[in-house]
Design a protein around this ligand. Structure first.
Ligand SMILES: *Cc1c(COP(=O)(O)O)cnc(C)c1O
Length: 356
């Protein structure tokens, strides 16, 4: 049976991404490939709302590699960081800071609670220098309020690191307006490409003050080396060539479809449509704001693992399970990738039959 992915990443890819990914892989130490990279940089910065002088770094790694690269290149032993820790991806930042001996305190958000201005305010005027957040904490689907976090960071003069791995392209974000210092995006989530490529943007002043003159302690993930090579559209090491070609293709598609805001709008329409269809089902939704990328569904009495199993075996629909103690009660349904309203109808109809 054909499978349809309602998962956050990898997700259902577009036809053109599949074509590009299936083509022979070209050689890359030449001007043709440099042109591809430079075009990716231009279009990506445009989509993110970044400036020409901001730094674009393409890493051959999954998203976690890029998270670690940002920690190694942009944070220092004198830093004192706040980690917004509301789930497994927040915990991952926290663990990375532990491993790299960077002083930090976690703003813990128990499951079900929303990040508020009051909880942030408790971290004011206490000597913090930076804040790390997974703007969509994909494990719970909570979308944190970027405007609120951005205002807090501006007020407290904090270097802001935003992991938008599942959110970029699904929720609106503007790099410059939000004063983001470093942004992390990965190919297999809302860009709906194959895994293996991550993009980091570092704001130009932050690059000068935090990256230049700082010993990153890593060869493969060194940003200075990447930025130096990037000037001519190259990478220090062999890049994920097919995924970069897919990136150029999808960025061109986003441009042709009316820019990143229409791309975000499309996902928002799908997410709202799906959520509105659940009203008559024995399913509830969380109270916190969710990313357009993904919906957390909470079953009144069905076993989530059993529902997921039947959806996959009987209908070919693949959902994201939840981890830990939520595994039996909740699932996550992604709206990123090649989805339509008809796919929502089909999934809700299958859910209706299973839960009947
Ligand atoms: C998927 C994801 C990551 C990275 O996971 P990888 O498996 O390393 O690609 C990081 N942060 C968030 C918020 C994610 O959704």
């Amino acid at each position: 049976m054909d499978k349809k992915l309602f998962t956050v990443g990898p997700c259902e890819m577009f036809e053109s991404s599949l074509e590009v990914g299936g083509a022979p892989v070209p050689y890359f130490r030449n001007q043709d490939f440099s042109d591809v990279m430079l075009e990716c940089e231009r279009l990506f910065k445009k989509a993110a709302g970044a400036k020409d002088e901001d730094k674009f770094i393409a890493l051959t790694s999954s998203g976690t590699g890029a998270m670690e690269a940002v920690v190694m290149n942009c944070l220092h032993s004198e830093d004192k960081a706040i980690v917004i820790n509301g789930g497994s991806f927040g915990a991952r930042f926290s663990k990375l800071l532990d491993i790299h001996s960077i002083d930090h305190e976690d703003l813990l958000i128990p499951f079900g609670e929303t990040l508020t201005e009051e909880s942030l305010a408790r971290f004011s005027n206490r000597g913090f220098t930076s804040l790390l957040v997974n703007i969509d904490e994909t494990s719970t689907t909570q979308l944190y309020d970027l405007d609120m976090i951005s205002a807090f960071c501006k007020e407290n003069n904090l270097f802001l690191v935003v992991d938008a791995i599942s959110s970029f392209g699904a929720d609106s974000l503007n790099f410059s307006e939000s004063g983001i210092g470093a942004l992390i995006v990965s190919s297999q989530k809302a860009l709906s490409l194959a895994p293996g490529l991550s993009i980091v943007l570092v704001e130009s002043d932050c690059y000068e003050s935090r990256v230049i003159g700082h010993e990153s302690g890593t060869m493969y993930f060194d940003f200075k080396d990447a930025v130096e090579n990037g000037k001519r559209g190259q990478t220090p090491f062999t890049p994920a060539i097919p995924v970069i070609l897919q990136l150029k293709d999808i960025l061109e598609r986003i441009e042709a479809d009316g820019g990143i805001s229409s791309w975000v709008k499309r996902t928002e329409v799908l997410a709202k449509d799906f959520r509105s269809r659940l009203e008559s089902l024995p399913i509830s939704l969380p109270e916190f704001p969710m990313s357009n990328a993904v919906t957390l569904i909470i079953f009144d009495d069905a076993d989530a693992r059993e529902v997921n199993r039947r959806l996959e075996e009987e209908y070919g629909f693949v959902l994201n399970p939840c981890g830990g103690e939520r595994a039996s009660r909740m699932s996550r349904v992604a709206h990123i990738g090649n989805h339509t309203i008809e796919d929502n109808e089909a999934l809700v109809s299958a859910l209706t039959s299973i839960l009947k």
